[in-house]
Design a protein around this ligand. Structure first.
Ligand SMILES: [Zn+2]
Length: 371
């Protein structure tokens, strides 16, 4: 209850500071996730999810994970704990889907009555994917694709999300003038909430990323050693890539918003990263995931460039299932995030059944492409 009152106080405070013309937007911002959560929970409890989302259930689903953490609390709830990964793999199986490689999934899509399948994808090359996720994937004989940005392996990446997390872990306040906020965060819950809010604000635009990077600079964090603590290096990536369940995919060199770069720059991001990975692991790299993957981060132009760079298919983060129609647009495949914590049973069922997209599009557009 105290948390509820704190939240309400915050809502009223922020609504007070909102210009009248923006009020409907502000109210929607607060109400929408809560309403969606209520609808999801209701449909789940009444056993109506599959019925209400049958048009949105595709032959394929592509699931996205990042870090797989044994201690989610100490990392401010940013990853998926091992037991949750097992639960998701069990849910996929009981839903009648086989976990297959991207190559196999695309081939199955082209068939008359495709066998239902799931694709597992891991982004950014965290070392826990090798140490914690892989043994679990072995238990389930589940193949996976890891999308790797060059900058993570050569320690050059602007890992603002790891830097922000480290700063919040070690400080009780964080002032961030671009959001006009001072986050007071003495405990894990408030640190995790601050991290979520800043990440949501930043994750829409490269300019905002640059503002955050500038705000984090005075804390003097060493980015390369942060990457060292969490990410794979040449040797561990090679070891991971050599495993029979693993495919390596591209994720650009610098992990920026591709939509904000010139055609030439995007092409270099795609081709250099592909070449770097192919040279390192000695295998072809044929699939790509766009950094951020949102509408603002990638679209038709990036899809055309990805095709031109030689990728067979590419993934966004537009939520939705994979349909045979996507074979006409294989460089804008949807992908569903299930790698966050905590995850409600209703939220997982909503993603696996197609209910999530049905709800988000007002039961209008089963097939995700540009949105
Ligand atoms: Zn990424």
């Amino acid at each position: 209850m105290p948390l509820f009152f704190q939240n309400m106080r915050r809502v009223f405070r922020e609504l007070n500071e909102t210009p009248l013309s923006d009020l409907p937007v502000a109210l929607t911002g607060y109400a929408k996730p809560k309403i969606e959560k209520g609808i999801e929970t209701g449909a789940f409890r009444l056993g109506l999810m599959n019925l209400l989302s049958s048009r949105f259930r595709g032959p394929g689903i592509a699931l996205m994970f990042h870090e797989i953490q044994t201690d989610v609390e100490s990392e401010l709830l940013t990853g998926c704990p091992p037991e949750q990964l097992r639960e998701i793999l069990r849910a996929i199986k009981s839903d009648g889907r086989d976990v297959v490689t991207i190559e196999e999934g695309l081939a199955q899509l082209g068939q008359q009555n495709p066998k239902p399948f799931a694709l597992l994808t891991l982004d950014d090359a965290y070392r826990d994917n090798l140490e914690i996720a892989l043994p679990i994937l072995e238990e389930f004989a589940a193949p996976t694709t890891l999308f790797v940005p060059t900058g993570m392996i050569n320690r050059q990446l602007d890992v603002w999300w790891l830097e922000l997390r480290a700063v919040l872990k070690h400080h009780e306040t964080f002032a961030f003038p671009p959001m006009d906020r001072v986050f007071v965060c003495a405990d894990t819950a408030s640190k995790a909430a601050a991290l979520r809010k800043v990440t949501a604000w930043v994750g829409t635009d490269q300019g905002r990323v640059n503002e955050l990077t500038a705000a984090l600079a005075p804390y003097g964090m060493n980015k390369a050693s942060l990457i060292d603590s969490y990410a794979m290096d040449d040797a561990t990536l090679k070891q991971f890539a050599a495993h029979p369940l693993v495919t390596i995919g591209a994720h650009t060199t610098t992990h920026r918003f591709m939509s904000q770069l010139s055609d030439d720059e995007v092409m270099r991001e795609f081709k250099d990263n592909k070449e770097f990975l192919e040279n390192l692991i000695g295998q072809r790299v044929e699939f790509l995931a766009y950094p951020y993957g949102t509408e603002g981060a990638c679209g038709e132009r990036e899809a055309n460039l990805a095709k031109e760079a030689g990728f067979k298919a590419a993934f966004t983060t537009r939520p939705g299932h994979v349909f045979a129609e996507h074979l006409k647009l294989p460089h804008l495949l949807p992908r569903i995030d299930v790698g966050y914590f905590p995850q409600r049973k209703a939220a997982l069922a909503s993603r696996l059944s197609g209910f999530q997209r049905a709800m988000l599009t007002g039961w209008k557009e089963p097939i995700a492409t540009l949105t």
